[in-house]
Design a protein around this ligand. Structure first.
Ligand SMILES: [Fe+2]
Length: 174
């Protein structure tokens, strides 16, 4: 690999792999959450991921290239983290928090990747490709913000549940 364009194509292939892996994980997260609001967000982002895959494929067409058959090791690693969490047999509340944490990490990985790809596409003079990637970037940023809100919401609930448990324990000890 000698040219920025070759690196760009490789990174683009990597993102295509990442989006496929992430779309699958999002399906799992959708069925695992106890919250309707979070379920809806994961479902929507799952649908967005499919559109993002189409944009990446469109980008390859515009570049007159075919994607490399590659696996995104980072996305694969994040998927394995999700599996590892299950192996710990978490309570529903802990699974909820762990899944949100994992989702936040995933979005930030995607944000970093697309930010770099948009920049390189612009540097290479591929404006249409840059515009497509920017759309993906915007969706990832919006999702990351929603996850922050969900983390605050579930954190408050966990605190409330802990307080109630303490109260119940005190009452039982009387
Ligand atoms: Fe995403």
């Amino acid at each position: 690999m000698d040219t920025p364009r070759e690196l760009f194509l490789h990174e683009l292939s990597d993102m295509l792999s990442a989006e496929h892996i992430i779309a699958k994980t999002l399906g799992e997260l959708t069925s695992e959450t106890q919250h309707d609001e979070i379920k809806a967000a994961f479902k929507e982002h799952g649908a967005e991921s499919k559109e993002q895959i189409k944009r990446l494929q469109e980008a390859f067409k515009l570049l007159g290239e075919k994607p490399e058959d590659t696996t995104c090791h980072a996305a694969e690693g994040l998927r394995q983290e999700h599996e590892a969490l299950h192996e710990e047999q978490p309570s529903p509340e802990v699974l909820e928090m762990g899944n949100l944490l994992g989702a936040a990490k995933t979005e930030h990985y995607e944000i970093a990747s697309y930010t770099g790809l948009v920049q390189i596409a612009r540097d290479l003079g591929e404006r249409e490709v840059a515009d497509l990637l920017k759309q993906n970037l915007d969706e990832e940023q919006a999702m990351a913000k929603r996850i922050v809100d969900f983390t605050k919401m579930t954190g408050k609930e966990a605190k409330q549940a802990m307080r109630e448990q303490e109260k119940a324990e005190k009452a039982a000890a009387r």
